[in-house]
Design a protein around this ligand. Sequence first.
Ligand code: G3H
Ligand code: 13P
Ligand code: ZN
Length: 284
Amino acid sequence: MSLVTLKEVLQEAERGGYAVGAFNTNNMEILQAIMETAEEERAPVILQASQGAIKYAGLPYITAMVRAAAAAATVPVVLHLDHGTSFEQAMLCLRHGFTSVMFDGSKYALADNIAQTQRVAEVAHAMGVSVEGELGKIGGTEDDISVDERDAFFTDPAEAEQFVAATGVDALAVAIGTAHGPYKGEPSLDFDRLAAIRDRVQVPLVLHGASGVPAESIRRAISLGVRKINIDTDIRQAFARAVKQVLQDSPAEYDPRKILGPAKAAMKEVIREKIRLFGSAGKA
Ligand code: G3H
Ligand code: 13P
Ligand code: ZN
C-alpha cells in the first residue's frame, strides 16, 4: 500500500469517532515495532519523524525504511514531520515523499505563526500533502511553568478559530495541559477549553505529550474531538527498560539482536495498548 495523507486517515477517524496513534520513530527497531503492531491490530497508523530523528538517522534512511514498511503494509500509513520549525525543513520533507508535515510556529506571536504556517500550507497543499499547525505552547515537563503561566500558554478558542480559517491547516495541535516527556504527577487537562475549541474549529484536533496521560483522560479527549494522539516517551521508556534488563540479566551479552529484540517486543506492547485505547484497532 502506498502512503496516505493525514487528512485522509483523520477524516475516517472523525467518521468513526476514534483517534489515530502518531508514534515517533528514530530507527529500524522502533519502526518495525510500530508497523508490526499496527498490522496485528488492523489499525491505521501515523509514523512521525522529528527534526531530531531526521538529524540522527538522515532523511534518506528514514524515508527508505518507511517506504519499505509501507510497501508491505496492508493498513493505511502516513509519514509525518513532527514539530517542523522552518519552511526549509517542510520543503525537504515534501521532496522526500512525506504525506504530512507539521509546522510548529507556537513560539511566534499569533500573526507570525499564521503567516509562516500559511506559507507551508500553500505549498504542501499544492502537492497534496497535509499540514498540522500548533497554537498555544505545549512545551516539556521539564519547563518550569507556574500555574498562572500555564493558563496563558493554553490555546485560546477564538484564536484557534482564526488560526484555522487563516492557515487552512488540516489538523490543529492544542495546548490544554499536556507536556512532552515524563510527568512528575498526574497531568490535569482543561477539558472545558478543549470543548470550546471543538465548538469553533472544524478540523481534527491533535494531542501532543500524550505519554503518561491516564486512559480516562485520553478517552474524554477523544470524545471531545481529538483525532491524532502523539506518543514518544512511553515507547522510549519501554525500549530503555528492556535494554537495561537484558544487560543486567546477561552482562556478557554483545549481540545487538539479543539486546534490541526484547526492546522491540517491549515497545510493541506499549503501542498495542495505545492503539486499543485510542479505538483505532480494527479500523483498517
Ligand atoms: O515532541 C517531541 C518528540 O518527542 C520528539 O522528540 O525532538 O527528541 O526527537 P525529539
Ligand atoms: P511524548 O513524548 O510526551 O509522548 O510526546 C510526544 C509528542 O508530542 C511528539 O510530538
Ligand atoms: Zn509534540
